[in-house]
Design a protein around this ligand. Structure first.
Ligand SMILES: [Fe+2]
Ligand SMILES: [Fe+2]
Length: 185
């Protein structure tokens, strides 16, 4: 008997749900970026536009994994993001809560893969576990900065311009996002 090393049906279902969660995170970060852009806070806007692109990449890495495993990847619709922000702090607090929630979802996916003896999927999830630790830490740092300087928005902008918070170089260990490079011609 050939041992079945493919992802199980329940992992495929859960990973497809996570693709939806990553796209929802993408939409939420775009909404936050647009909010800050409209408030003429370009560094905060830039930070969240970039975070949004990272979320899209996460979704497309998961799509690529399912395609490579010959499983069905479902491109989801997502719930509308929150767009009603009353101050400079609340979008960042929302973002931190979102990152913490995603960390739980990612850990649950890794746990499911392990429980089912699906070591390829468990290993695939390892990169996301590391990524979530970084994203929670980055968002917690930003929340501290915006809380401390909420009455001095330009101090926050200066901080972001200076510190390059959340900017990471090329990560050769990152999974390949589906369609990456398609815009290059
Ligand atoms: Fe993500
Ligand atoms: Fe994230």
């Amino acid at each position: 008997m050939i041992e079945d090393v493919m992802p199980t049906a329940s992992f495929v279902t859960k990973l497809n749900e996570q693709i939806g969660n990553e796209y929802a995170a993408h939409q939420q970060y775009v909404a936050i970026a647009v909010h800050y852009d409209a408030e003429t806070l370009p560094q905060l806007a830039r930070f969240f536009y970039r975070q949004a692109l990272e979320e899209r990449d996460h979704a497309m890495m998961m799509v690529q994994y399912l395609v490579d495993a010959d499983e069905r990847a479902v491109v989801p619709g997502v719930a509308a993001p929150r767009v009603d922000f009353v101050d400079i702090v609340s979008p960042v607090a929302l973002a931190l809560a979102q990152e913490k929630r995603v960390s739980k979802q990612i850990n649950a996916l890794a746990g499911l893969a392990r429980q089912e003896g699906d070591y390829s999927s468990e290993q695939f999830m390892q990169w996301f576990i590391k990524e979530q630790i970084e994203e929670v830490a980055t968002m917690a740092d930003l929340l501290r900065v915006v809380e401390r300087s909420q009455d001095h928005a330009m101090d926050i902008e200066d901080y972001l311009a200076r510190e390059q918070l959340g900017e990471v170089g090329e990560d050769p260990t990152a999974p390949h996002p589906a369609g990456a490079g398609a815009a290059d011609g």
